[in-house]
Design a protein around this ligand. Structure first.
Ligand code: COA
Ligand code: AMP
Length: 631
């Protein structure tokens, strides 16, 4: 490959320090770094060591000082409450500074953790930025998680304070957050000192004396807080993500490297400039929301859109087009599942005729593999480049993308294009040996990873090493498998572990299995991800009952479905399970989940040589046929 991308990419690999030091000039520093990359403690690498910064200053104050105070920083568009509200940079900074003051008044200082359990309202973004302003470390927990998951995160992050709201709104349903939060705090061993709650008009939550405080009252009496300089390597946030067990991984993000990488990505990957309107239709509970609803667009001086609604049903499949035309969105970023939902409801994209989409220059998709059908449908309907890019909670920004701001490379359906600058992506075999072009293997990135990626897991260096660094020494194991073609295009095909992807949400089947196993009638179980036309994958449970259990299967199945909803949350979308006599296993006792998945999806499969009893596979196929799979 030749061209501008290739030249810039090669420099990013050959001269990492020079490349990122140059990008770091676009961020304001209280003190510049002593070293761009500290590799003295490999495999732990640190970017911009010795530098002093503040992320909130760079996201808000800096733009006001540069004359953007009256520009829209955030547009809150909420079809579920019929609200559109615009916050200028000055307005947002003032609200954030007051909230930071309120946090400070409740004893939160630099290094303290604050959990944010909030719906998609501007106060959620303010909460993140207020923490950043005073050097507190935020950890946002997605609203679709149940109390149990929230309690796990409270125990791990040990927050001094929790920021929340009275309710979320899911389509036409009001979801009360306070009872979920109260239950989580009751379950957790660690107790936060206080809770600050934003009362929404749709629900008035009960505040507990001596612990819970009203957001608006607290902010009204607080003195605005100024930005506190922090080390570039200090944590900005912790974001929990699914691992292979029920214990989520606390991905840590630093301040300095994160800002440098995100700010760089806005121009070079998304091709947007200060003043442009950028919309990531995701949720602040996910990494996409952290990076591309809140931090990156604000760092770059753009206007970010915060959308509280769905792609369909709020009110119809034209919702995205309405938002694009009303706010003159230049770049939209969402998950393929959102487009599958729109395509399902409006296959001819007839709603588009009602809106002027002239402002839109590109659509970016991530979160799951973009199926070529959906990608082509979006391309044909919108008439703009549709760009699949690959990244993870751990990486914070894309590992692989079409670098549109540098040059738009030809799009190949099914590939998220090429390695992003700073990423040395290789395909390795089980022994860690690089594979030839075209051969499928584990996708790994050579260390050090570029700035913005996880320096470690929260207070768990050992798990960081064992999860990502030990499988292939000198590399970060992404957990994804795929191949690289002759042109250097990367294809991400599947996970190498038991993580599944449901509507762009990453979920652990291991976590669901832990819930199923705790049912008194269940002897053993397995959960696999089966293909779903809308959500990409859906979890499907198999349970083997303890001998002597005579209760009706339907009752037991309904109970396990309810348990997953109650203990993990509705977001798991665990709605289907079945009873089997036994599970297919290897002779060493490992459940053959991958083979079960192939049978369920009607794919051809080989009977693994290590299988204990091959006769069991046709049995499983029969059961799956009875419940509508294995066709
Ligand atoms: N608070 C409480 N509950 C929530 C929630 C929240 N913040 N977000 C989702 N839920 C609930 C939903 O109400 C639903 O509950 P139900 O089982 O009672 O219907 C369940 O969790 C699953 O939600 P969701 O995955 O959103 O599925 P859906 O069927 O409501 O909608 C799509 C399907 C495709 C429209 C939807 O997944 C979507 O818009 N996806 C966009 C992609 C995206 O945002 N990805 C994030 C990463 S980029
Ligand atoms: P999350 O950490 O929730 O962002 O999920 C990350 C995982 O989602 C990755 O490891 C992949 O398995 C999958 N993923 C994200 N983006 C893509 C993509 N563009 N193509 C294929 N898989 C993707």
């Amino acid at each position: 490959m030749t061209g501008r991308y290739q030249e810039i990419y090669e420099r990013s690999i050959a001269d990492k320090e020079g490349f990122w030091a140059e990008a770091a000039e676009n961020i304001s520093w209280y003190k510049k770094w002593d070293r761009v990359l500290d590799d003295s403690n490999a495999p732990f690498y640190r970017w911009f060591v010795g530098g002093k910064v503040n992320t909130c200053y760079n996201a808000l104050d800096r733009h006001i000082e540069n004359g953007r105070g009256d520009q829209a920083a955030l547009i809150y568009d909420s079809p579920v409450t019929n609200t559109v509200q615009t916050f200028t940079y000055s307005h947002l900074r003032d609200d954030v500074a007051r909230l930071a003051g309120a946090l400070h008044a409740r004893g939160v200082t630099k290094g303290d953790r604050v959990i944010i359990y909030m719906p998609m309202i501007p106060q959620a973004a303010m909460a993140m930025l207020a923490c950043a302003r005073i050097g507190a470390i935020h950890s946002v927990v997605f609203g679709g998680f149940a109390s149990n998951e929230l309690a796990t995160r409270i125990n791990d992050a040990k927050p001094k304070l929790i920021l929340t709201a009275s309710c979320g709104i899911e389509g036409s349903r009001v979801i009360e957050y306070k009872p979920l939060l109260d239950k989580a705090i009751a379950m957790a061993d660690h107790k936060p000192e206080s809770v600050i709650l934003f009362q929404r008009p749709q629900s008035d939550a009960l505040l507990m004396d001596g612990r819970d405080y009203d957001w608006e009252v607290e902010c009204a009496k607080a003195a605005p807080s100024d930005c506190v300089p922090v080390d570039a390597t200090d944590p900005l946030y912790i974001l929990y993500t699914s691992g292979t067990t029920g214990q989520p991984k606390g991905v840590v993000r630093d301040n300095g490297g994160h800002m440098v990488a995100l700010n760089w990505s806005m121009k070079n990957i998304y091709d947007v400039d200060a003043g442009d309107v950028y919309w990531a239709a995701s949720d602040v509970g996910w990494v996409v929301g952290h990076s591309y609803i809140v931090y990156a667009p604000l760092l770059a001086g753009c206007t970010t859109v915060m959308y509280e609604g769905k792609p369909v049903g709020t009110p119809d499949a034209g919702a995205f087009w309405r938002v694009i035309s009303q706010h003159k969105v230049k770049v939209l970023f969402t998950a393929p599942t959102a487009f599958r939902a729109i395509k399902r409801d409006d296959p001819k994209a007839a709603h588009m005729a009602n809106y002027d989409l002239g402002s839109l220059k590109a659509l970016y998709l991530a979160g799951e593999r973009s199926d070529p059908d959906t990608l082509q449908w979006a391309e044909n309907s919108l008439g703009v480049p549709v760009i699949d890019h690959w990244w993870q909670t751990e990486t914070g920004w894309s590992i692989c993308a079409n670098p549109r701001g540098i040059e738009l490379l030809p799009i190949k359906y099914g590939s998220p294009t090429v390695a992003a600058c700073g990423w040395d992506v290789q395909v390795l075999d089980e022994a860690g040996k690089p594979l030839e072009r075209g051969q499928i293997g584990a996708l790994a990135a050579k260390l050090p990873l570029p700035p913005g990626t996880l320096p470690t897991l929260w207070q768990n260096d050992d798990r960081f090493k064992s999860s990502y660094l030990e499988e292939f020494p000198g590399f970060y194991a992404t957990g994804d498998a795929g191949f690289i073609d002759e042109d250097g295009y990367i294809y991400v095909m599947s996970r190498t572990d038991d993580i599944i992807n449901v509507a762009g949400h990453r979920l652990s089947t291991g976590g669901m299995e832990e819930v199923l196993s705790s049912h008194p009638d269940v002897a053993e179980c397995a959960v696999i991800g089966v293909h779903d036309d809308l959500k990409g994958q859906l979890p499907l449970g198999f349970i083997v009952l303890k001998s002597g259990v005579t209760r009706p299967h339907d009752a037991i199945l309904a109970e396990v479905v309810a348990m997953v909803r109650d203990q993990i949350g509705p977001v798991a979308a665990f709605k289907k399970a079945t009873v089997v006599e036994r599970l297919p296993k290897t002779r060493s006792g490992k459940i053959l989940r991958k083979t079960m998945r192939s049978i369920a999806d009607g794919e051809s499969y080989n009977t693994p040589a290590t299988i204990d009893d091959p006769a069991i596979l046709p049995e499983i196929a029969e059961v799956l046929k009875e419940i509508g799979y294995a066709k």
